[in-house]
Ligand binder design. Structure first.
Ligand code: SF4
Length: 378
């Protein structure tokens, strides 16, 4: 496993406390996006298609700390955009660590080596580097040559300075399982602390709409990859049941509140992947979002989603409810043969709503009036 023991114990205790308190919905990981600006424009990314005035917005350290305290999740993933473009990021990371949280700093690593001296190794802090496969796969995915090489150099430099470093790998249609398996063997040699792997979410604003995986193809791909990984000791920092879900063996419903997102617009409804509206406070997000309108089977935009943002929290809750099942899967690894779990029917899902343009117009009007984007909910 790529999850450190102290994190497993603390998060496990937190989850048990939530269950004992009878809380039906609770956050596990806060997705904190202090900016949307990025120094790459990846083909499968739907996060950065905003006017410059919005891309120039930043969350201040105080806003980040308020979000961390309001939410209460034990883990904070700092994402974006490219977080290392935010000048106050070292201060933000330190402040979150000081609040007793586990911090994952998601980065494309282009600036990582240059900025390493502004961070300090800590047992609860990890860089989480975006790496979508070997050199050719990754450079194609980020639409720029040389990025893989710089990312690997930055990972090695960070490891040499004593940092924990994980990678975040997104797979798309056409990924070759043998090649992905070779890639996982290669990164293991670098001594990575963990790999987080998922199929890409079909962002409606992503420039390339042709290469997102549907659910069936994603499950077959993951079975092929996991089959090649038997006995190799790949370190995933995801729960065993989530990996089993990727391999088609669990019929999970999405729990989008497990990874709530705070960005420059406020608290995003319903999840990290979909911006269908925003709340001013975390409490308002939890209490006023109509959660039943989302998830596979409920909403067209969720039909093919199998991303950890929605399903890792489901897997963790399942592990708490069925510890023996979780232990069995952890010991034998994801099942790669036999029938897959029944798929959720899509007949009754509601059609996709096109909200992006309205949302951007409202945001631009707020900025023109000198207001903060997060001051108004919708
Ligand atoms: S299935 Fe869940 S995580 Fe995926 S897009 Fe829909 S609400 Fe978000």
């Amino acid at each position: 496993m790529g999850v450190p023991l102290n994190q497993m114990v603390r998060v496990g205790a937190y989850v048990v406390r939530q269950h004992l308190a009878g809380r039906r919905r609770y956050p596990l990981v806060l997705m904190l996006e202090p900016l949307f600006r990025c120094n790459l424009a990846c083909a499968g990314c739907g996060k950065i298609d905003y006017p410059a005035a919005i891309l120039n917005q930043r969350l201040s350290p105080e806003e980040c700390f308020a979000a961390v305290e309001e939410c209460g999740a034990p883990v904070v993933a700092i994402a974006g955009g490219e977080p290392l473009l935010h000048k106050e990021l070292p201060e933000i990371a330190e402040g979150i660590l000081a609040r007793g949280k586990f911090v994952y700093l998601c980065t494309n690593a282009l600036l990582m080596e240059k900025r390493l001296d502004r961070f300090r190794p800590h047992k609860n802090f990890a860089f989480d580097v975006h790496l979508d496969g070997d050199q050719e796969m990754h450079d194609r995915s980020v639409c720029q040559e040389g990025v893989y090489e710089r990312a690997v150099a930055a990972i090695k430099a960070a490891k040499a300075k004593g940092f924990r470093v994980c990678i975040n790998t997104t797979l798309f249609d056409g990924a070759d399982p043998a090649r992905v398996a070779d890639f996982l063997d290669e990164v293991k040699k670098i001594g990575l602390d963990g790999v987080m792997i998922s199929p890409g979410y079909a962002y409606e604003r992503a420039p390339d709409q042709q290469h997102f995986l549907n659910r069936r193809k994603a499950k077959e791909l993951f079975r092929e990859i996991f089959r090649r990984g038997r006995g190799k000791g790949w370190k995933f920092n995801q729960s065993a049941l989530f990996l089993d879900f990727l391999a088609g063996n669990q019929r999970y419903r999405c729990t989008p509140w497990g990874k709530p997102t705070r960005n420059v617009f406020g608290w995003q409804r319903p999840c990290y992947l979909l911006g269908e509206g925003y709340a001013r406070t975390f409490r308002e997000l939890m209490e006023t979002t109509d959660w039943d309108r989302y998830g596979t089977g409920n909403y067209e935009k969720c039909a093919d989603c199998m991303v950890h943002s929605g399903y890792e929290a489901t897997a963790v809750s399942d592990a708490v409810a069925h510890p023996l099942k979780a232990l069995r899967v952890a010991l034998r690894g994801p099942r790669t043969e036999g029938e897959m779990a029944e798929e959720i029917p899509l007949e009754n899902q509601r059609p996709a709503e096109r909200v992006f343009s309205r949302h951007v117009e409202q945001a631009m009007a707020r900025l023109a009036a000198g207001k903060k984007l997060a001051d108004a909910a919708d």
